[in-house]
Design a protein around this ligand. Structure first.
Ligand code: GLC
Length: 459
């Protein structure tokens, strides 16, 4: 691999679309250092997203089910604040007595997930930790105890990377979006400081966008960035700390470490790291929802396979109920994914996507001299792919059984008896005579259907 020693700009000058002032950051990282910093996350491939707050008491969507909040994205822009006493008082009934952080982390670990992202504060502004910046927190519920600390501790004990979701939108803070937004940014930075200094190592911050507003004077994004990097130099940050002409169009470093396709699977991209965030809920709910069930195991497993095959991660979302329990139907699907990974994990963890670009019939991952073919659709006992263009030393099935592979100029034909095929994915390991990473991406046959990207139902 060619090593790049191009230093990133030590000072990054950003011109915002709405303001011509400058934002500065103290970013001195080289590409090589960046790759080393995010290697754990790339290797992990699979994480748990947890959307949870007092909205679970009503069983309606977190934050978005609060009436009249959306216009507050930037105060003054919309029809203005609408009272929603039903939603705003839910916290008075929030008492998750069955919350067991160790149990959650165990569920994640047994599902084969390597990191966990928790909504410390969603758009609704309710804080799940003992913040000193507002009373609108878990400390003023009947429960009255910090929910973040036990989770941070349990993650550390179980070797799961601990990551925090923090919404910069805040539909409850009276200072949010008022005037020059100065008071709110001070509040937000003080909260970030609490989160980054009070809970041990935080591996990743998952931001969730501002509404509108000038990044330079209104959001002071450089100040927030520098604060985070000062407190946690190795931390990862997603691409939603600021929006400048859209996600992933922000200038370095504010573009963050990875792209975040939401409720859709990312396309193959070996250059820009990405993570699809997807709900387990069949109605696309992020948080606990009384209507709707869970997507089937086969659909969820295919999400993971298409993400890994596209060289991306899957952040799979669960929504614990008002007592603090992850719903049993979600847990049962997660266990199946974990069982599958026990057998087939080497084809996911530590791999990179390709060389075959994913189609509806197959995806591929690779590591060292190995290519892992994930065959999702067979024609009888065989599946034909475009030619590999590299010599194969041996082929095996990760789940055991017979496999025969013929590779010539017309294509690569894999044959596995019906009795050894697995639903929904049979993993064939090809051991090559050359480095699998050196193979250029291989396009599907023109008649091949592309991999399904979007989930069918919308929240
Ligand atoms: C969106 C939604 C939010 C959800 C997030 C997860 O931005 O506003 O409810 O938390 O996506 O990606």
């Amino acid at each position: 691999m060619k090593l790049l020693f191009l230093p990133l700009l030590s000072t990054c000058l950003i011109l915002s679309s709405q303001a011509s002032a400058q934002v500065t950051s103290t970013n001195k990282e080289t590409t090589e250092q960046r790759d080393a910093r995010i290697a754990w996350w790339r290797d992990a491939r699979f994480g748990m997203f947890v959307h949870w707050d007092m909205s679970s008491v009503a069983g309606t969507e977190i934050s978005w089910s609060r009436k009249g909040s959306k216009p507050l994205d930037i105060r003054g822009d919309g029809p203005g604040y609408v009272e929603d006493p039903a939603y705003d008082n839910l916290y008075k009934r929030f008492n998750p007595v069955k919350y067991d952080a160790k149990e959650w982390v165990k569920i994640a670990r047994e599902a084969g997930m390597k990191y966990l992202v928790f909504t410390a504060k969603h758009h609704g502004g309710f804080c799940m930790w003992d913040t000193k910046q507002t009373d609108y927190s878990i400390m003023n519920t009947p429960y009255g105890k910090d929910l973040l600390r036990p989770l941070a501790e349990a993650c550390r004990e179980e070797g799961i990377r601990f990551c925090i979701y923090y919404s910069q939108r805040d539909w409850h803070q009276p200072d949010y979006g008022i005037g020059d937004n100065r008071k709110y940014v001070d509040f937000m930075n003080a909260q970030l400081k609490e989160l980054l200094t009070g809970y041990g190592k935080v591996d990743l911050l998952w931001f969730d966008s501002y509404g509108k507003g000038d990044l330079v004077n209104f959001w002071r994004v450089g100040e927030t960035w520098n604060l985070i990097k000062e407190l946690a130099p190795d931390i990862m940050i997603n691409n939603r700390l600021c929006v400048l002409g859209g996600y992933d169009r922000q200038p370095v470093p504010f573009r963050g470490d990875f792209a975040t396709p939401e409720q859709r699977l990312g396309s193959y991209n070996s250059k820009r790291p990405w993570e699809s965030c997807m709900t387990m809920s069949s109605v696309g709910a992020w948080s606990y929802h009384t209507g709707g069930g869970v997507k089937p195991f086969s659909e969820i497993l295919k999400m993971l396979v298409f993400c890994a095959g596209g060289d991306g991660n899957l952040l799979l979302d669960v929504g614990p109920d008002a007592e603090g329990v992850i719903p049993a139907d979600q847990v049962s699907v997660l266990r199946k994914v974990g069982d599958w990974l026990k057998v087939n994990g080497e084809s996911i963890y530590g791999t990179r996507g390709g060389p075959y670009l994913p189609t509806a019939r197959y995806a591929a991952t690779r590591k060292g001299k190995a290519v892992y073919l994930h065959i999702l659709k067979w024609e009888g006992d065989s599946c034909k792919l475009p030619a590999l263009g590299a010599e194969i030393a041996s082929s095996t099935l990760l789940s055991g059984g017979k496999v025969d592979v013929v590779n010539n100029a017309e294509g690569l034909t894999v044959s596995v008896p019906l009795s050894d095929q697995k639903d929904p994915d049979t993993v064939v390991k090809l051991e090559l005579k050359v480095d699998a990473m050196a193979i250029q991406p291989i396009k599907p046959f023109p008649e091949d259907e592309p991999a399904k990207k979007k989930q069918e139902k919308k929240p």
